[in-house]
Design a protein around this ligand. Structure first.
Ligand code: ATP
Length: 333
């Protein structure tokens, strides 16, 4: 089911939490609401859920005006960061909860809960209590519970926010696969750009109550609409008056013309090498290389290099900006 948000505004006393927000969320897609803390993401999600009422504007779910509908009439499922499970009920009963209050037949509930536990890979854990699950397993239980009542829309507010990085990453991949299986229209809030870029089909960037840009991960990363989006989506370094992504800069072995500089720092980050170069006019430029690229160049701190424009690599630019900049580094030793 698609969601159409038109000119939604929301104030808390004098504070403008959302200012004339319009977003079309396509049916069956995984959409991320991405932005810094306090930007209004959760408020927008709560307005879609019906937990909060917009002051102005309109929310349509599947073509129906839902602006004034209470949450239970919207057929949405939710999962929040600090998910509140019924601690005294087993995992099975937690998942069954929505079906039980809808008084579905016992046999149907049993079958559906079995299916859901399999879907979230918790078949073995149905008889445990939620406190006997890990954080990641608990979030998967929460998703199973939200999916139990076959919502037309699934809303997730930082569902993996409280978990450690490794589990977060696993759940992210898992959410993507789950979505590919069930195709329910899903909107999730995150302040983590990597999470949004990796998982979402569509990203809505929200900052200070306004939509900065809507697009696919590639659109936003490669063609940010403005400097805020460009900086928020990932690291940016500056060469001359251009902003570019560090990994779009290149180091070349052959001598060539370019901006002279000296390697001031080399840092290893996981599988990448970050090389900082100070140019003759004192600008610090960051280049990100793979380990192999780095080894092939044979550079170290203090090596004189040249930064040059290399015409054959994709690069980031503001979509309103002029020509594509390609840059390479040439050691001059
Ligand atoms: P975070 O990532 O930190 O959750 P967010 O982008 O989801 O941030 P919101 O939770 O939507 O932001 O909050 C937007 C702004 O509205 C914040 O400044 C917040 O303090 C304010 N706000 C949210 N709910 C209320 C409320 N019930 N009363 C007053 N102010 C509120």
């Amino acid at each position: 089911m698609s969601i159409e948000i038109s000119h939604v505004g929301k104030r808390f006393a004098d504070f403008v939490a959302l200012d004339d927000v319009s977003v079309s969320i396509p049916a069956g897609r995984l959409t991320a609401l991405l932005g810094p803390s306090g930007g209004g993401k959760s408020t927008l999600l709560r307005i879609i859920a019906g937990l909060e009422r917009a002051d102005t504007g309109r929310v349509e779910i599947d073509g129906v005006d839902a602006t004034a509908l209470p949450p239970q009439q919207r057929n949405v499922g939710f999962v929040f960061q600090h998910y509140a499970a019924f601690k005294h009920l087993s995992v099975r009963r937690n998942v069954a909860f929505g079906l039980e209050i809808r008084k579905r037949p016992t046999e149907e509930i049993r079958r559906r809960v079995d299916e859901l536990l399999a879907l979230v890979h918790l078949e073995q854990f149905g008889d445990r209590l939620p406190t006997q699950l890990s954080g990641g397993q608990r979030q998967r239980m929460a998703l199973a519970r939200a999916l139990a009542v076959e919502p037309t829309v699934l809303l997730l507010d930082e569902p993996f926010g409280a978990l450690d990085a490794k589990v977060r990453k696993e759940l992210r991949d898992w959410l993507r696969r789950l979505h590919d299986e069930v195709h329910v229209t899903t909107v999730f809030v995150t302040h983590d750009q990597e999470e949004a870029l990796e998982v979402a089909d569509e990203i809505v960037v929200i900052n200070e109550g306004r939509v900065e840009q809507i697009g696919s991960p590639d659109d936003l990363y490669d063609r940010p609409a403005n400097e805020f989006v460009m900086r928020f989506l990932g690291p940016v370094t500056q060469l001359g008056d251009q902003l570019v992504r560090p990994h779009d800069l290149r180091l070349a072995v052959d001598p060539a013309d370019g901006v002279p500089g000296r390697v001031s720092r080399i840092t290893r980050i996981g599988f990448e090498i970050r090389v900082e170069v100070t140019t003759a006019d004192g600008q610090s430029v960051t280049v990100t290389l793979t380990r192999n690229e780095f080894l092939a160049l044979n550079i170290e701190t203090g090596t004189d290099v040249r930064l040059r424009i290399a015409p054959d690599t994709p690069t980031t630019q503001l979509s309103t900006h002029a020509p594509t900049l390609r840059t390479a580094l040439t050691p001059t030793h």
